[in-house]
Design a protein around this ligand. Structure first.
Ligand code: ZN
Length: 90
């Protein structure tokens, strides 16, 4: 059976100190990620690297915390909006 994926777009970086995924507080920054429904979520770098994969040349690659933050910074500058996906376990 094929795996299903939810798709996300990195929109920027925020100084909101709370992760919307796990509820962790006192973070230095969070990564702003838009889901398929257009809803903006704030991801801590730990949650971003743990749950998200980067789509690149038809394959999905794990991302590091540093990569997640750097994607957020690029998106905030308007340079690039990385496409990410998360596997949905049925
Ligand atoms: Zn989190």
């Amino acid at each position: 059976m094929d795996k299903t994926y939810k798709r996300f777009t990195v929109r920027g970086i925020s100084d909101k100190p709370e992760c919307d995924v796990c509820g962790k507080k006192n973070l230095k920054l969070t990564i702003v990620i838009e889901d398929e429904a257009g809803e903006l979520l704030h991801y801590g770098s730990d949650c971003a690297s743990r749950t998200l994969r980067q789509d690149y040349q038809g394959k999905r690659h794990p991302i590091s915390r540093e990569a997640a933050i750097s994607m957020g910074r690029s998106a905030k500058r308007g340079d690039s909006f990385a496409r990410l996906s998360q596997q949905v376990t049925a």
